[in-house]
Design a binder for this molecule. Sequence first.
Ligand SMILES: O=P(O)(O)OC[C@H]1O[C@H](OP(=O)(O)OP(=O)(O)O)[C@H](O)[C@@H]1O
Ligand SMILES: O=c1cc[nH]c(=O)[nH]1
Length: 369
Amino acid sequence: MHVAIGSDHAGYALKVNLMAFLKERGETYSDFGAHSEDVSIDYPDVAWAVAESVASKKVERGILICGSGVGMSIAANKRSGVYAVLGNDLYTAKMSRLHNDTNVLALGGRLLGPTLAREIVSLWLDTPYEGGRHDQRLDKIKDKEFSKGERDTSCETNTNNGKLILVDHPLVQHKVSIIRDKNTSVKEFRELVQEIAGLMAYETTRTLALEPIDVETPITRTVGKTLQGKKLAVVPVLRAGLGMVEGILRLIPNAKVGHVGLYRDPETLEPVEYYCKLPNDIQERDIFILDPMLATGGSAVAAIDLVKRQGGKKISLVNLIAAPEGVRRVHASHPEIDIYVAALDEKLNDHGYIVPGLGDAGDRLFGTK
Ligand SMILES: O=P(O)(O)OC[C@H]1O[C@H](OP(=O)(O)OP(=O)(O)O)[C@H](O)[C@@H]1O
Ligand SMILES: O=c1cc[nH]c(=O)[nH]1
């Protein structure tokens, strides 16, 4: 297991001890400081760095140590997707895994001797999450995070790896507010949807692999980085997904484009399929399914089903605005899928429209109402 570990000055000595212990256990770790017990540092800075690493899945777990563990646990729990326990005893550490699926352990460097601390760490690392009746309780906590609307870049929404990633860059958030406005013209709406999709592409392509490349500058030879010859496909869901394609192709001009045609039956709100044409080699490609709106999730689940049936394997969903109901439905059917959104709204209304949302994305893009 790869663990992020960090402390302030008061937790430094125990951190050094626990890093040796992690090594003995055959774990790997990233050390986020402190690097001395002689220099006083602010524990939130370390807590947030470790929390970010855990929430963005760069590591599987985090361990934080300050004098009592209290400050670290409070600070880490401010990060969506982080569930930190103040685990200064064996029972709490164990139960926090069984019932709460905690992913960060906070310890008191001035409270615990190394022997007990090592026992706690072992128990916490080795105890699995029990699931079952606890899922619905954890879902309630996660729903609360969603409704706050103040999450950082990413948060985990299910226990099967699929993440909800909120692209909260200020430019994205600014432009989303403009497309929500009912007075925004069709022309401006169209341009902004492309721009937001392009900005979101920075986040959706963050994990693309790079390889070294020799470059000769006017000054000297150097080694730069270039994208590995990775194959990408974007698959807009007709109609409204079309509005996002150009914005992404501006950044990734070599991506192939597939199309899935679906519309929502106005009575049942269930998707009706009318078209599907994907690149022949779709099974080899990283696929981004595009649709500005994730409402009930019916269309997204149907689109993912279609792409999977044609052999698609590595699939992500990119939406501008999502409702919690849609996120849950997608992750219930396709728990491994990462969902990128520019906004996670409050709820659906009785007609299945996202509140506050932006209305009917297809109509606003194409001026059909
Ligand atoms: O999550 P859901 O409840 O399925 O709703 C979302 C779907 O609704 C909209 O399409 P719509 O059916 O209005 O078709 P259109 O794009 O052709 O207007 C939107 O573009 C999504 O595809
Ligand atoms: O709010 C919504 C819901 C579904 N489709 C839309 O275009 N908007």
